[in-house]
Design a protein around this ligand. Structure first.
Ligand SMILES: [Fe+2]
Ligand SMILES: [Fe+2]
Length: 467
């Protein structure tokens, strides 16, 4: 069942425009033009959210909100206002005081801002229950659009509920896409399989703005299956890889908003559960070849390596793994402030001037997060120190040995290891380990205890037992 929205606004034109937008986002929408009608509707129907205009007449906005608070306390309330000038006034302050669970929204903003609020308050279970708006599969539409608007996932790793929650595309050429599923279409696995098997499509594309829906959905599944022994480790890894990668991609696009820190925490718990419950992870990791050089895949790989390294220690705990996982997801967030052309480059590809800028990213990152109280201080410290090295050769402070937080050195090792791996021909861990261990200059950058335990991450415990 689709979630229901009530829009109450005296401006019919705006209300209808909003209704059209949210219908396209798979909500069921009712529009009323007076406070009285809003109350009547709310009395008869069950709404997920009511979007009430500040200036509603014939039962004021405040009256309607009070009515909702009293009779339907679960309904989220968004108060819309016409111009920013209203915001400073006493009336506005009064109406705002009555919002128990909701937000205010300027009608000058685009609908996506309000859409974000609505989405952040619905659970993946709500999303799963969205019924297809039609059984008819619509025609494929070819469109020309900038590649930058899109993000992609492997076709095998695409998850959806009964209905596809957003438009899905296949890329024909750079800048050229075909829409194969429309938001609200029935999700048919057969159709996806046909693209995969007959048309040899490897990736499905969707708008970057829809990545949040995808993350929420995939994370829900990761939470459900993460610690299950019945689900193959590879499937679980695919899930958390997508979750972490797309989550980091969104964080890089929008910054780390306090609203998403909870989600980061959930993702880290899911990562921990997968690591903790999969006995064959070490063996799989040895041969793992799902790494690519983009910055978001990098964040995921570092998260996995560092979390697995922590798991080798006796002092490991769920909290420590989760803390490090969070630090890893955000460890390079400071690069957001650097020229975009640098984002996906490996350190070895940087010019001297770029290198100088690159060396500021740990400080930029910890500064960016300093005001986000929801992120633990230890995470900020790890981010600041993730390029410090045991022999003092790191940056920004050049501190050495025990002065560096062990967890920062853990992240540093995972980080450096990823770069070595991506630069080997095979792009797999084992050749990278060889390259790492035969380079004394690299080895002395890290605490030897860490290196020893890092090696254990790639040893198949099954093989040891057999010997
Ligand atoms: Fe870094
Ligand atoms: Fe990094």
């Amino acid at each position: 069942m689709a979630l229901r929205l009530l829009i109450a606004d005296t401006d019919q034109e705006w209300a209808l425009k909003a209704a059209m937008h949210f219908k396209s986002q798979l909500y069921d929408v009712d529009v009323v033009l007076s406070g009285k009608d809003a109350q009547l509707k709310a009395y008869n129907e069950k709404y997920f959210c009511a979007i009430i205009n500040y200036d509603l007449q014939n039962h004021s906005g405040t009256q309607v909100i009070k009515f909702l608070n009293k009779n339907h306390p679960g309904v989220k309330v968004v108060v819309s206002f016409d111009t920013s000038a209203v915001k400073g006034g006493e009336d506005f302050a009064a109406i705002k005081k009555n919002i128990r669970f909701g937000a205010t929204y300027s009608k000058d903003d685009d609908f996506d801002t309000m859409g974000d609020f609505l989405e952040s308050h619905q659970s993946a279970a709500d999303m799963m229950n969205v019924k297809p708006t039609s059984d008819v599969i619509q025609d494929e539409v070819e469109i020309m659009l900038d590649d930058n608007e899109f993000t992609k996932v492997k076709i095998d790793e695409f998850y959806s509920s009964q209905a596809v929650l957003f438009d899905v595309f296949v890329q024909l050429a750079s800048g050229k896409y075909v829409k194969i599923l429309h938001s609200g279409d029935k999700f048919t696995k057969d159709r996806i399989d046909r693209y995969k098997n007959e048309k040899k499509v490897e990736y499905l594309h969707f708008y970057k703005k829809d990545a949040k829906k995808f993350v929420k959905f995939a994370n829900y599944l990761a939470g459900k299956f993460g610690s299950s022994k019945k689900v193959a480790t590879r499937t679980k890894l695919g899930l958390i890889k997508n979750v972490a990668e797309k989550f980091v991609e969104t964080a890089f696009a929008e910054g780390v908003k306090p609203q998403v820190v909870n989600q980061a925490q959930e993702i880290c718990t899911n990562i921990y559960n997968v690591i903790d419950s999969s006995d064959d992870l070490n063996a799989i990791l040895r041969e793992y070849d799902e790494f690519d050089p983009n910055a978001f895949s990098h964040a995921y790989a570092v998260t996995m390596f560092a979390s697995m390294l922590i798991q080798q220690f006796e002092w490991k705990s769920k909290t420590t793994v989760e803390l490090v996982a969070m630090a890893c997801m955000f460890h390079d967030i400071g690069k957001m402030k650097l020229p975009p052309s640098m984002l996906h480059k490996q350190p070895s590809e940087l010019s001297d001037t770029e290198m100088e800028q690159f060396r500021t990213h740990p400080e930029l990152g910890s500064q960016m997060l300093s005001k986000t109280r929801e992120i633990p201080n230890a995470v900020k410290q790890i981010i600041l120190q993730h390029h410090e090295r045991f022999d003092g050769s790191g940056f920004p402070a050049g501190i050495k040995g025990q002065k560096i937080l062990t967890l920062a050195n853990v992240v540093g090792l995972a980080d450096e290891f990823y770069h070595i791996m991506i630069e080997t021909e095979e792009k797999k861990p084992v050749p990278a380990l060889r390259k790492f261990l035969t380079n004394p200059a690299l080895v002395k950058k890290f605490n030897s205890v860490l290196i020893e335990n890092f090696l254990k991450c790639f040893v198949d415990p099954g093989k040891i037992k057999r010997k």
